[in-house]
Design a protein around this ligand. Structure first.
Ligand SMILES: [Zn+2]
Length: 371
């Protein structure tokens, strides 16, 4: 491929970069009838803070039709929320949700609000976190260390997370709610006192050696199934209630690529969500520089869901696990198409990718369509 690219470059030096992209990294298969072309936006401000209009216009012009902006965390919202603390981004740039929805719809983009679940992250105010800590609502590791994630088995936490999502569905004309961190941090959580009590009640049996029996002993599988149930029941509740508040709203999730591995480690049973109809689409985070690995992940995901929901595989253009050139992104788009994916989701939209990657992809995908 590299040799072919250099050959192309030397022969057609005067052609645009995007045309070279298309010649060198042809996405292969034709696009599906209505291919979802999406971008995650981690900042929640679009590519240009304070200017959602420019972000939406540029994405629309380059053929993108969906944006997943990170507007909501466990302890922060980039809009005037009355459920969770308002962020510095909101105070500085105003209501990001309203600005995003208006501009995106004007330019033909669906808006699926990216919510970081459970994880209080770096944006939650200290006093908010401390209050939760005092009330025993944060996750505890098997070693007894309290972290900064809400415990998903605590009814007050479920209510808080749910209300924050329903507030969005009620107040804004969003197309969907996109759940991220919809899982435990790892296999080492949560082992708080209340998890023990609730698990004992649900299973009808006392745990003799806590947490050893559930962490690594003979009740490990049973405990993990119970952890999966905490996450799955939350997804089910979000789907049921938000669809009632805003009929037609789509529920989706950013999920780990390896299944069933993610079910065992982080209690994320996304296949069950697809089978039960709790989600309308899934975006597995298949972040890798290796095209073969990317393709094999997509193949497995498409095989597992058996057409129940579309898969828009996540492509890590700039992730912590991968860094892809526009040619490599195009190649993975081609692989996703060949494996039967109905679209793709690229991580991450920021000023740099908006200026370099978005127009290059737009041109290459457009060139392909015209042929
Ligand atoms: Zn717990």
């Amino acid at each position: 491929m590299i040799a072919r690219l250099f050959c192309c470059l030397s022969l057609i030096g005067s052609l645009s970069f995007a045309s070279v992209l298309d010649a060198a990294s042809n996405p292969g298969e034709p696009a599906p009838a209505r291919e979802i072309r999406a971008f995650w936006n981690h900042s929640g401000t679009g590519a240009y803070p304070g200017d959602w209009e420019r972000t939406a216009k540029e994405l629309g012009m380059s053929g993108f039709n969906m944006i997943l902006p990170n507007m909501l965390w466990g302890g922060a919202a980039h809009y005037p929320s009355t459920v969770v603390p308002q962020s510095g981004v909101y105070r500085r740039y105003g209501d990001q949700m309203e600005q995003c929805v208006e501009a995106s719809h004007r330019h033909g983009l669906e808006v699926h609000v990216w919510k970081v679940c459970w994880n209080l992250g770096h944006l939650a105010p200290n006093e908010f976190v401390e209050e939760l800590r005092e009330k025993g609502r944060l996750q505890v590791s098997a070693e007894g260390k309290t972290g900064k994630w809400l415990c998903p088995s605590h009814p007050a936490n479920v209510k808080l997370e749910l209300q924050s999502l329903l507030e969005v569905a009620r107040k804004y004309r969003v197309d969907g709610l996109h759940l991220d961190y919809i899982r435990y941090p790892d296999g080492n959580h949560c082992f708080c006192k209340e998890c023990r009590r609730r698990f004992e009640k649900a299973s009808g049996r006392r745990v003799e050696n806590w947490p050893a029996d559930c962490h690594s002993g003979d009740r490990r599988e049973q405990y993990n199934a119970w952890r999966c149930e905490q996450i799955t029941s939350f997804v089910a509740t979000v789907a049921q209630k938000s669809r009632r508040v805003r009929p037609g709203i789509k529920i989706s999730a950013a999920v780990f690529g390896f299944y069933p591995g993610c079910k065992k480690s982080i209690a994320q049973d996304w296949l069950a969500w697809a089978k039960e109809g709790y989600v309308d689409f899934l975006c597995p985070m298949n972040y890798t520089n290796n095209d073969k690995s990317f393709r094999s992940l997509v193949k497995n995901q498409i095989r597992l869901v058996e057409g129940r929901v579309p898969i828009y595989p996540g492509i890590g253009a700039t992730s912590s696990h991968s860094a892809l050139s526009p040619e490599q992104v195009l190649k993975q788009i081609g692989s996703a198409r060949e494996e039967g994916a109905a679209g793709f989701t690229i991580f991450n939209l920021n000023e740099e990718t908006a200026e370099k990657l978005v127009p290059a992809l737009g041109q290459a995908l457009e060139d392909k369509k015209e042929k």
